[in-house]
Design a protein around this ligand. Structure first.
Ligand code: SF4
Length: 154
């Protein structure tokens, strides 16, 4: 399924942006119910959906919007900025020879997104293992709301 998601990266990214927009709009409701209380159910839904579509490993710091809808956590070296220097000539992974390199797919998906500024070129920070198994969506909502409050975004 993750090959399908990369092939349809552009449409999926649009769905992602829409979902983010809706969640940010719902922020006052989310805040009223409580982020802590919603963490469990939203994480369960997010894990199930991303698990099917992206083979997501639920790192809690989702960057697929910048990696052509290819989850970098499927890279055996868990590289957040790839690819490594070991990609085989046939495009397969150095560690898992039956698997297409996750980062090769990421570049392919990113090309399909046809963005003006290629977000795949952004340097991603190292993974924070403390956030594993938490909702990346809720974190994103919190961050966006806080940026809006500070006037970073309009
Ligand atoms: S070949 Fe690709 S998937 Fe395999 S370890 Fe290197 S970057 Fe990760």
């Amino acid at each position: 399924m993750r090959h399908w998601s990369v092939r349809h990266a552009r449409k999926l990214k649009q769905v992602y942006v829409m979902l983010e927009f809706v969640l940010v709009k719902l922020a006052p409701v989310i805040s009223k119910i409580g982020y802590q209380r919603l963490e469990g159910p939203i994480f369960a839904f997010e894990k199930a959906l991303k698990g099917v579509l992206l083979d997501s490993q639920s790192c809690g710091q989702c960057v697929v919007g910048s990696t052509g809808m290819s989850c970098p956590m499927n890279c055996p070296k868990a590289l957040r900025n790839g690819p490594c220097g070991g990609v085989r000539q046939n495009g397969k992974c150095e560690i898992e020879p039956t698997m297409t390199c996750v980062w090769l797919m990421a570049w392919e998906g990113n090309k399909r997104m046809a963005e003006k500024i290629h977000s795949i070129q952004l340097i991603q920070p190292a993974i924070d293992n403390r956030l594993m198994g938490t909702s990346a969506w809720l974190r994103e909502v919190r961050q966006r709301v806080s940026e809006m409050e500070k006037g970073v975004l309009s």
